[in-house]
Design a binder for this molecule. Structure first.
Ligand code: PLP
Length: 387
């Protein structure tokens, strides 16, 4: 299993982003971690190897990425997967039939689909609660509760869960506290500081930041859990190829440069939208009008580039989606380029329509992933799209 280099813990975030987990390559001194495209490693003799046997279990490029993200999150061990969903699925393999998991009712549609359409059939049970109220999380715990899983801010409703309060609840319930930190990234939010046991990401998003691969990564901070995760990673095998691992590693080197710009653009665009269509129609935790702004400010050091807006009708949403030119109509988020999407028919299409409407993922909802372009161009694009 991949453990961080202890000395990486002592440097600041930007230095860690660039250097953590990586050392000059031994053969030539190459400063960049090579892309180790190998499935196996030649052994010196029976039972004698260099610590690598078969690439499903371990690959040096992947290890560098695992160490890097684990250090950024403030954890001790990292585990890279072939997608964010592969990562969630592997985390869930820690549990067994009859186990109960409490989750936030607002979450990425694919996570809900995995739980509701697949894992339920293997005997795991899930309770979905409005985790904006931590008491509801506590009330949903049962003797069989083994984990509490929260995504914060949520996709696409930007709901915030009080990580410290839920961390306490998980501790009292003797349950693992699992946090999807994809939207905030470790630059703006570090769930381990609030009691999380597992922090995970779709690395497809901000960590990679360039929309050129799909991946996931889980970080833990205790040896026993790390052993279990490595066993699952190697046994279930949802691992990324070396090139994809390298692309994320290249992305994290600029995470501390990209995130402030996503945040700056997000704030400017949210403020502009609030003026244009009313504060009540713009969902962005950085706006004082967001009902959980104070909590977001307390547990996040920035708000990022994700904004959702209520346009009023599906037709208005379609008009805006059809008129943008700098924003591209596409699923996903967190890349340097700005994207716009329609959650009800795209990322959250697998959530039953009644449930979607109850949550607030209505047909008029549009989600923006503000990239790092010049904000004036993004604002001009929206001005034209709103007509
Ligand atoms: C918050 C969140 N978690 C997990 C995932 C799943 O990640 P992936 O698409 O890399 O499988 C997504 C994808 O959009 C997401 O937004």
């Amino acid at each position: 299993m991949t453990r961080i280099f202890d000395e990486d813990q002592h440097s600041r975030f930007g230095t860690r982003a660039i250097h953590a987990g990586q050392r000059p390559e031994v053969l030539s001194g190459a400063i960049m971690t090579p892309i180790y495209t190998t499935s196996t490693y030649v052994q010196e003799g029976l039972g004698k190897n260099k610590g690598y046997e078969y690439a499903r279990g371990k690959n040096p490029t992947r290890e560098a990425l695992e160490r890097n993200v684990a250090a950024l999150e403030g954890g001790t061990h990292g585990f890279a997967f072939s997608s964010g969903m592969g990562c969630t699925d592997s985390i869930m393999k820690l549990f067994k039939s009859g186990d109960h998991i409490v989750c936030g009712e607002s979450m990425y549609g694919g996570t809900f689909r995995l739980f509701d359409k697949i894992l339920k059939n293997f005997g795991l049970t899930f309770s979905y609660v409005d985790s904006r109220d931590a008491q509801r999380v506590a009330d949903a715990c049962r003797p069989t509760t083994v984990a509490i899983m929260m995504e914060t801010p949520t996709n696409p409703l930007m709901r915030i869960t009080d990580l410290s309060a839920v961390g306490e609840i998980a501790k009292r319930a003797n349950a693992r506290f699992i946090v999807d930190n994809t939207f905030a990234s470790p630059f703006f939010q570090r769930p381990f500081e609030h009691g999380a046991d597992i922090v995970y990401h779709s690395t497809t998003k901000y960590l990679n930041g360039h929309s050129d691969m799909v991946g996931g990564l889980a970080v833990v901070r205790d040896d026993e859990l790390a052993e279990k995760m490595q066993f699952i990673l190697n046994s279930a095998g949802a691992v990324p190829g070396a090139f994809d691992a390298w692309l994320v590693l290249r992305g994290t080197k600029t995470l501390h440069l990209r995130m402030p710009r996503h945040d700056e653009n997000g704030r400017r665009i949210a403020a502009w939208l609030a003026e244009k269509i009313g504060h009540e129609n713009v969902i962005y935790p950085g706006l004082e009008s967001h009902p959980q702004h104070a909590l977001a400010k307390r547990q996040m050091s920035g708000f990022g580039g994700m904004i959702s807006i209520l346009t009023g009708t599906r037709e208005k949403a379609a008009k805006i989606l059809g008129r943008v030119k700098v924003f591209s109509l596409a699923e996903s988020l967190g890349g340097v380029e700005s994207l716009i999407s329609h959650p009800a028919s795209m990322t959250h299409a697998s959530v039953p329509v009644d449930h979607r409407n109850e949550l607030g993922i209505t047909d008029d909802l549009v989600r923006l992933s503000c990239g790092v372009e010049d904000v004036e161009d993004l604002l001009a694009d929206l001005e034209h799209a709103f007509g």
